[in-house]
Design a protein around this ligand. Structure first.
Ligand SMILES: C[S@@+](CC[C@H](N)C(=O)[O-])C[C@H]1O[C@@H](n2cnc3c(N)ncnc32)[C@H](O)[C@@H]1O
Length: 422
């Protein structure tokens, strides 16, 4: 790969590029880095490369002529992907490093002062990249950071390519902690599991630590990580739920609930959607409704989706009976209860995601009427914190709450600016 860097402080890069693995990669011709002094290209008789901003304001702006003359001269024979380092750019991520490592040639423009004349960006730059949400004095450190993260992905740059695969961000998670000798450092011991020689246990421990660290400092990554793919079912509980007076009661089933819960489950990949009621007539009603759509001639045509969704619908006389059914296919089953009321032990969707590998299948309980009865809360392994709206009022219909919660746990999150494919 060839990299050209345009800067008014070219000597800035001397030490960075003459140390460690980057130096070796340059010597081995894995990467060829050329740093160019923007001043060499100015046509100003005082060799100036900046001027006052139009419209007034503090600081100076880098003039377009020297930068454009430089990048045109440098890319005369072979085109390069031209990148301007600027805090106004898209934040740099590992996925960008991977993408850019596939380019033949990159050209970085380092700004200084208040930045670069906008016409450079508009006419001559392919993309603007920021190192993060902070302001540096110049683009040199940002360019060096990009070079360092990109070159190590090039074939032949880093000895052990396996170490790249387990690194932070590779699977959408932060990496697990590392330990080396001594086993005991000032009373702090290396975790036993790492000394056990048991590869499967070590692998599980590392995965859990990775999830924990990501949940702690970067919960936003968890919702996008492929590493967190969880089997789950949802259950709409009609008994035991609480009535208006706080006493247990049996909720009654509506056909809209049945259709909507089935669609919610199907959309997010639930294995089953359970309707839980001890009332035999109501169970029969749901089963009839299901067989009406499934066995009727509806599979092709306008009701196709409805049938597809209802296919995962099941009934059970109680939460216990439902669990027995789920345990037939999944060894370790855990329950996540939902409520409109916060409890001291409630966990957020991000915290749940960090725990998601604790079970082979999760069952998410939603209560009709005034919510799940206390005994179900006790039976549950975790309780999810309530959905927060704009204010105090959070009395959502159970179908609405089910959709929002299922989305917050299993929906694919994207941040503005994310590419569709990463
Ligand atoms: C002092 S900064 C200019 C900041 C600019 N006035 C603003 O508020 O966006 C000077 C130069 O440093 C570089 N720079 C500063 N922060 C950066 C960041 N987070 N990522 C990449 N480049 C940065 C850019 O090349 C920028 O043109």
């Amino acid at each position: 790969m060839r990299v050209d860097i345009l800067s008014i402080f070219p000597s800035f890069f001397d030490s960075i590029f003459s140390e460690s693995l980057l130096k070796k990669a340059i010597e081995a011709r894995v990467i060829d880095i050329q740093v160019h002094d923007i001043r060499e290209y100015t046509k100003d008789k005082h060799r100036r490369t900046d001027d006052e901003p139009y419209g007034g304001g503090a600081g100076m702006v880098m003039t377009p002529q020297p930068i454009v003359s430089a990048l045109e001269a440098i890319t005369k024979d072979a085109p390069a992907r031209r990148i301007l380092l600027t805090p106004r750019g898209k934040p740099f991520r590992q996925s960008d490093a991977v993408r850019l490592s596939k380019e033949k040639r990159l050209l970085f423009v380092c700004g200084r002062y208040e930045g670069v004349d906008q016409r450079v960006t508009d006419g001559f730059i392919d993309e603007e990249i920021s190192l993060g949400d902070f302001v540096l004095n110049g683009g040199e450190i940002a360019a060096a950071a990009l070079v360092e993260s990109i070159f190590r992905l090039l074939p032949g740059a880093v000895g052990n390519s396996e170490s790249l695969e387990t690194e932070s961000f590779e699977r959408g998670l932060l990496e697990y902690p590392h330990y080396t000798r001594p086993e005991d450092f000032q009373g702090m011991k290396v975790p036993d599991v790492l000394l056990s020689g048991h590869h499967k246990k070590i692998e599980n421990w590392r995965r859990e630590e990775s999830l924990k660290q990501t949940a702690k400092v970067r919960p936003d990554l968890l919702s996008k990580s492929d590493a967190v793919s969880t089997q789950f079912s949802i259950a709409l509980v009609h008994y035991p739920v609480l009535g208006k007076d706080g006493q247990p009661m049996v909720g009654s089933i509506t056909t809209i609930d049945v259709h909507d819960m089935a669609r919610i489950g199907r959309t997010y990949g639930a294995r089953s959607v359970f309707i839980i009621t001890p009332v035999e007539d109501q169970k029969i009603m749901v089963d009839r409704l299901k067989s009406h759509w499934i066995e009727g001639d509806f599979l092709k045509g306008e009701f196709e989706r409805r049938v597809e969704a209802l296919d995962i619908m099941e009934t059970a006389g109680s939460v216990e009976i439902m669990l027995q059914k789920v345990k037939k296919r999944s060894k370790k089953v855990k329950i996540l209860a939902t409520s409109a009321i916060e409890s001291p032990s409630s966990i957020t969707p991000e915290e749940w995601r960090a725990k998601s590998c604790e079970a082979d299948e999760w069952v998410i309980l939603f209560g009709t009427a005034y919510g799940l009865a206390p005994e179900l809360m006790e039976m549950a392994d975790y309780q999810l914190s309530p959905i927060e709206g704009a204010g105090e009022f959070n009395h959502l219909p159970v179908r609405g709450a089910s959709a929002i919660i299922t989305d917050s746990l299993f929906g694919k999150r994207r941040r503005p600016g994310d590419e569709r494919d990463n």
